[in-house]
Design a protein around this ligand. Structure first.
Ligand SMILES: Nc1ncnc2c1ncn2[C@@H]1O[C@H](COP(=O)(O)OP(=O)(O)OP(=O)(O)O)[C@@H](O)[C@H]1O
Ligand SMILES: [Mg+2]
Length: 1027
């Protein structure tokens, strides 16, 4: 063992001397490889530079996590309570529920008057017992000092390296109660209503069965027929009202052009009884009534979403058109799907999730039912492409983009721009609505979207901004010359030891509000989040442990259950005090549990990275910005606004407050930050040496939107890049850039000129089509092609490893350096066939053994292949064991990284699947990758997958549901939420409602897909010959 450790140390020293090579240098690889159909690329230098840049960016260990980093991570903050409505429980009952929720989320009311928490432990006598302090600090090492602001360097050690002795606490996933009789009766019911497996005769029987499936909500809802009749009537009244609306009148009918039923649902499902004045004004705007494009901009928490949702409902119900709602994160998409599924069931439209690897291209036609597609940025682009390809984009009447300022956010901004430019160019009747709290250059965006704008300063809860400098708190007032107005001296009494450790007085600041009120502490790095949470606990009184003790014990049990018995050592120590950290290093399940507990008031404080500011809605009474930095970068105005905007909980607080902790050295910069205008939003099509322009041109040619240079020029004139040409295209005009890109695409073999006489039009090659259809990064497309071709020559199928290797994302490779000892150990455990496959891709056992022994290996080995195979080994272990924690432990990687790797791989796997579908020679991959995508997406035992397809059901809950007898989607769709909540451990009624509603929706969607297939099959061919 000790020898092993010694070797390992040698190798890690060796490793640290190895300079990281600029990986995946396509130029070098292309010239050395066989090439196949991929032509050489003269533009490769630019692209490879682009690639290196994007990889360097990915090296960041910090908190600005890109989309899909959290994969299926989902959040709990949601606003629907479907059961109460579905079952027609009376208004009083609903009111009771709402009150209950509010009170449980309102620790202020519950705990007001508890004096124990308000006084800060300010002297040594008040300090916690030394033993506790010591034991707590044991887990922290010096590493943590590296990422701390200078004033915090005193107290930290690294929790990552803390003993994982908690893993030995064998507390397996808690098994739920089983109610056999109930399960049986549920199954019986399903058999009667759905009977999807009964396949006795041919089409008639099949059709009837599927009709029953498709009509699930009707068959399970007791008053379904009546409901349907009422809604239909209301909608037709509303439609009439809408038709009668002349351009000049504002008489919109019952509820902004919608049936009163919608108003009731908003009240019942969201608890919103009346709209804010600005919301009414906005909905009554001429531009809205006449369906012109609109951008509206209001401060955070202003209630922007509700306006968008009302407009979406109008589109679906009154105009009978589909709608696309684009949100920036997987978690937000899932939250919206869960929240709006109940609306869909009540008002008879489909709600479809497009996130991660979920979502069908092109979408199912829906047999007359309208669809609301809720999509991440990347998925929305794929969806719009597929609708253009099938000539169905006109069916989408409305596109809503939340957080529109993300247009300026790197490659994701470029994808939003491409999507909107295509919609604008192709479907003139599609309305575009964008919303944001932080748009600095509204005019540019307006010009791009040909939109009108609406702005308002409304905020339901007043926000007071402060900064803390030394011992004093100053109110922020940009109008004052000094920018800060003295407010008060911070009241704290620290011992000298404490003063040394908490130089910024974070403990004093947070104990002014917790535990009776909630607090968010934004920290510059992930590690700092953990350290600050630990440090605060160290100085909290024992009274904090007593507060909500039982609920915190349940939370700890659930966290342990989610880790199959493993519990994060930091959370283990902080949760009893009501504190937790929250960043991308947590697993999806941990994040969900932490959010849930914070919303319910079980946790009163979260230390978090900026990720939380842009994601879910978890407001706090007080928001503290631990320093004006995100990682090593000074805060941007928009980041600051997003973070402080979390302060003040609507309906609970009368005001919210933010405190930015600053040091003297940052004073000038902070003043600038506080008085500066919002950052402007710049087109990102030129990002990474014009990668956006390249892929936009490729797809517009591929989709037959344009096929001549002139048409491309015309298309490009409708982009944000064109609006900002003078700012962005400094060296060459947009026209020159466009021409160069077309040439580059030709050189890369992605675009060609038609050989038909007198034609000369531009066309995509097969590789080009595969690239844009698979949303494959242009940097990797020929590398991917080569790897897949080589794979086909000797595809090993008696293990997953080879396939996994082929779909391990290239852009994750640079984020992980192999631990050679681990690599070697894993390698030796592979079967002979697997080892042969490894050698065939370029990684031999002797190479890994030498590296593990710390020897210098002179042989020229492709580092990318070596690292990619290492990640493939991680993924293979995950698929085998489905235990994220133990895999993280074995490979000495953080569980957050493993989670990210898994979700990125599932997304990339579905991209590779679409890529191979376009290339005949790759036909065998289709079936293989379809299944692999499914496995990577869920990574659980096969029997849990149908349950996890439902938005919001994660592994732990799926296990509980399965053990309680809810084994299939049909079980969930037909479940009585009351029974579900009682049967399944720690499942609130509200969550049970959402699960049932989402399951019904998914069942409908699947039935519709089958129905569409059947309709196509049974349709009489139009060109049938007759006598
Ligand atoms: N008319 C209303 N009455 C009461 N509450 C409302 C109303 N409209 C919206 N809300 C609630 O206000 C909260 C914040 O709304 P929302 O999430 O739409 O804010 P936002 O403007 O999108 O903010 P951000 O920029 O932070 O995303 C939500 O919980 C929402 O349910
Ligand atoms: Mg919002």
């Amino acid at each position: 063992m000790s020898a092993e450790i010694k070797v390992k140390r040698q190798s890690s020293r060796k490793r640290s001397r190895d300079r990281r090579i600029s990986h995946l240098t396509p130029a070098r690889k292309r010239t050395s490889a066989s090439g196949r159909q991929c032509p050489d690329n003269t533009g490769q230098i630019e692209l490879s530079r682009a690639l290196d840049q994007s990889m360097d960016a990915k090296f960041s260990e910090y908190c600005s996590d890109p989309e899909d980093l959290f994969g299926d991570y989902d959040s709990i903050e949601s606003d629907s309570s479907f059961l109460a409505k579905l079952d027609r429980v009376g208004q009083n009952m609903r009111q009771h529920d709402i009150e209950h929720t509010t009170s449980s989320r309102c620790p202020v009311i519950l705990l007001a008057g508890n004096p124990d928490f308000t006084s800060l432990k300010s002297s040594t006598d008040n300090c916690p017992k030394q033993s506790m302090t010591e034991s707590f600090l044991k887990g922290f090492t010096d590493d943590a000092f590296l990422d701390m602001p200078s004033s915090q360097l005193a107290f930290l050690q690294d929790p990552q390296t803390a003993d994982r002795n908690c893993c030995t606490d064998e507390d397996k996933t808690s098994m739920p109660m089983r109610h056999p009789e109930k399960s049986v009766s549920t199954e019986d019911r399903n058999e009667r209503h759905i009977a999807p497996k009964a396949r006795k005769s041919v089409s008639d029987h099949l059709k009837r069965a599927m009709m029953a499936n498709a009509a699930t909500p009707s068959s399970v809802s007791r008053t379904a027929l009546q409901k349907e009749a009422v809604v239909t009537e209301e909608i037709s009244v509303a439609m009439q009202a809408m038709e009668s609306v002349s351009m000049a009148t504002t008489d919109l009918g019952p509820f902004f052009g919608l049936p009163t039923k919608v108003k009731e649902l908003i009240c019942n499902l969201k608890g919103i009884k009346d709209l804010y004045e600005w919301q009414k004004t906005c909905l009554n705007l001429d531009s809205v009534q006449q369906r012109r494009n609109l951008i509206y901009s209001l401060p955070t928490s202003g209630g922007k979403t509700l306006v968008a949702e009302i407009l979406i409902l109008k589109e679906l119900l009154c105009r009978k058109k589909d709608a696309l709602f684009i949100l920036p994160y997987v978690s937000l998409v899932q939250e919206k799907v869960r929240g709006l599924a109940s609306f869909g069931l009540e008002l008879d439209f489909m709600v479809e999730e497009y996130a991660g690897s979920k979502g069908r291209f092109p979408p199912v036609k829906g047999r007359g039912k309208r669809s609301l597609y809720i999509a991440t940025i990347e998925k929305a682009h794929g969806l719009v492409n597929s609708l253009i390809e099938t000539n169905r984009l006109d069916n989408v009447g409305l596109v809503v983009v939340d957080e529109l300022h993300m247009l300026g956010d790197g490659s994701r901004g470029a994808i939003i721009e491409m999507t909107l430019a295509k919609v604008l160019y192709i479907s003139k009747s599609t309305q575009i609505i964008g919303m944001s709290a932080t748009l600095g250059n509204l005019q540019d965006i307006q010009k791009f979207l040909k939109a009108e704008s609406y702005t308002n300063d409304f905020r339901p809860v007043e926000l007071k901004e402060y900064v803390k400098l030394k011992d004093s708190i100053y109110e922020v007032d940009p109008k004052e010359e000094e920018c800060f107005r003295f407010s008060r001296v911070l009241n704290f009494k620290y011992s000298s030891a404490m003063q040394k450790i908490d130089q910024d007085h974070i403990v004093a600041l947070v104990t002014e509000v917790i535990p009776s009120q909630s607090c968010l502490v934004f920290c510059p790095t992930k590690k700092n989040c953990e350290n600050v949470a630990g440090m605060i606990c160290k100085y909290l009184k024992e009274d904090f442990i007593q507060h909500k003790q039982a609920e915190k014990a349940v939370l700890l049990g659930e966290l342990r259950g989610s880790g199959n018995g493993s519990l994060c050592p930091v959370l283990k120590k902080t949760v009893p005090y009501g504190l937790a950290y929250h960043h991308s290093g947590l697993t999806s399940e941990e994040r969900k549990l932490v959010e849930e507990a914070y919303s319910a008031g079980v946790l009163c404080l979260l230390t978090c990275t900026s990720t939380l500011a842009a994601g879910i809605n978890l407001p706090a009474r007080r928001v503290i910005l631990r320093s004006p930095y995100v990682a090593a970068d000074f805060l941007k105005r928009s980041q600051y606004k997003q973070m402080v905007g979390r302060a003040g909980r609507a309906g609970i607080d009368t005001h919210g407050e933010s405190i930015l902790i600053l040091q003297d050295k940052d004073k000038v910069l902070v003043k600038k930050l506080l008085s500066a205008p919002m950052e402007i939003c710049i087109s990102n099509l030129m990002h990474s040496d014009g990668k956006g322009v390249l892929s936009l041109i490729l797809s517009v040619i591929g989709l037959n939107i344009t096929n001549s240079l002139e048409q491309i020029r015309d298309f490009m004139s409708g982009t944000l890049l064109s609006v900002q040409e003078k700012q962005v295209c400094l060296e060459r005009s947009l026209w020159e850039v466009t021409q160069e890109c077309v040439e580059l695409l030709k050189e890369k073999g992605l675009v060609t000129v038609s050989t038909e006489p007198q034609d000369g039009s531009l066309q995509v090659t097969k590789l080009g089509r595969a690239t844009y259809k698979g949303s494959v990064d242009l940097t990797y497309c020929d590398l991917l092609y080569r790897d897949l071709s080589k794979g086909l020559e000797s595809l090993m199928l008696n293990s997953f490893l080879h396939l996994i290797y082929l779909v391990t994302p290239y852009d994750m490779v640079s984020q992980c350096k192999p631990d050679w000892m681990v690599y070697f150990r894993q390698f030796t455990m592979l079967s002979a066939a697997e080892q042969k496959m490894c050698a065939a891709v370029g990684v031999s056992e002797s190479f890994v053994a030498r590296k593990a022994a710390g020897q210098n290996v002179k042989k020229n080995v492709d580092q990318v292949v070596v690292s990619r195979l290492y990640l493939a080994l991680v993924l293979q272990s995950l698929l085998k064991e489905t235990d994220l924690w133990s895999v993280a432990d074995r490979f000495q990687l953080s569980r957050g990284f493993i989670q990210t790797l898994l979700s990125s791989s599932s997304v990339f796997c579905s991209c590779v699947l679409h890529f191979t579908e376009e290339l005949e020679e790759f036909w065998p991959f289709k079936a293989l990758l379809t299944e692999l995508t499914r496995r990577l997406t869920y990574c659980v035992q096969a029997e849990l997958i149908p349950l996890m397809e439902v938005a919001g059901v994660m592994e732990r809950r799926a296990k509980l549901l399965y053990n309680a007898g809810y084994k299939t989607l049909a079980h969930l769709a037909n479940a009585d939420p009351n029974v579900l909540a009682k049967t399944v451990e720690n499942l609130f009624k509200k969550q049970a409602n959402q699960i049932v509603a989402s399951a019904k929706m998914l069942l409908n969607e699947k039935a519709d897909a089958l129905q569409e297939e059947m309709d196509d099959l049974l349709m009489m061919p139009l060109d049938l010959l007759s006598l």
